[in-house]
Each structure stands twice: as structure tokens, then as C-alpha cells.
Design a protein around this ligand. Sequence first.
Ligand code: FPP
Length: 211
Amino acid sequence: MLQSTSLHVAIIMDGNGRWAARRSLPRAAGHRAGADAVRRVVEAAPDAGVAALTLFAFSSDNWKRPPGEVAALMRLFARYLRSETPRLLQNRVRLDVIGRRDRLPAPLVTAIRAAELATGAGTALRLRLAVDYSARAAIAAGETLPDVDLLIRTGGEQRLSDFLLWECAYAELYFTETMWPDFSAADLTDALRAFHSRQRRFGGLPEAAAG
Ligand code: FPP
């Protein structure tokens, strides 16, 4: 255990497409490898002191992608939810999906409901998957989450892309060049080590100067 804390960590999982392109693989292969990284990080999170993990799986702006890629992602999410539920239960993970559901394919909505129902009693980790999620829409609807402590973005870009804008008001930001499919438990530990080395002030003064 890195530190006995109960942190809310949020991750923008970027770089699946570039990971695949570098291997001359289709983008869908990058997303599948991304699902393996999700499993690794979910399983490493509780021992790393993470109590809540929110993952950006599909932004409301991602509908602009080619229909074939969108459909493959939707199938991947449904398959992940169905196949992972036993492991989530075993690891006492409570899963919720945030975002709009009215535009999602019916089999995915069914898989979401089943996974949420099955894992509702989990206490080791609160896992939220953001699917068809827009922070601006969530804020306008009054649907906010607890504050984020640490926001990680993989894949080298340094922006928030309409993810948890309200909740990240005082989040520490951590950007890494690592492509999401390569992100490991050790990378999570590195990000948390960086987080713990920072001094959070929430607008106040450093402890030494506060008297
Ligand atoms: C960003 O990479 C990733 C996405 C838009 C999809 C996120 C999906 C996963 C991590 C797959 C598995 C998730 C679950 C919950 C099973 P990109 O495609 O934008 O990559 P690029 O910037 O390199 O093109």
C-alpha cells in the first residue's frame, strides 16, 4: 500500500489509436488493449489508496468518430461489463456508469443495468465509467460527483476535453506520454507518488507560512 488514503482518481484514457497505429494494427485492437489496461488499473487501485476511480471511456464528442469505430467501442464496453462483472464482484468493486444513456445501443444499456445491479454492494472501490459523458452537460443538469484529487491523462495531450470540469476545480493534474494500452499498475503508482509529493493549498497558504 502506497499510502492509507481514500483518493478520487480520474483518468482520461488516451492513446489507444496511436498505440495500434505504431503496431500496424486496426484502431479497434488499440481499444481492446485499452480494456486490458482498465482491468489492470481497476485491480491495482484499492491497494494504491484509491477509493474512487472515474474513467473517461467515451465522450459525448466521440460520436463524431467513424460509425464503425463507435460501434466497436459500444460492443467492447458491453462485452467488458458482461465479462468483468464476476471479477468486479470478487474484488468488491462497485461499478456505476455516468453520462447519457438514451443514445446508447440497447444491449449496452442492458449490460450497464445488470453490472450496476450486481456490483451495488461493493465497498473496496467505487468505479465510475463515463460513457456519452460531457462535463458541461452534467453541470447544467446538476449531476456532479465528489471532488477529484488526481486527474491523469495518458497519451501526451494536456487538456481536459470536457471531463469532470466541476470536480477538478482543485485536482492535481498529471500528464504522461504513456499510451493508455501500456499504462500499468506501476504507472499508477508513479502518478500517485507525484501526487503525494505535491503541496495542495486549496487557495490557502503553504503550511509553513500559515503560522
Ligand atoms: C482514446 O484513445 C480512447 C477512447 C476514445 C476510448 C476509451 C476506451 C477504452 C480505454 C477501451 C476500453 C474501455 C473500457 C471501459 C472497456 P484514442 O482512440 O483517442 O487514441 P488516439 O488519440 O491515439 O487516436
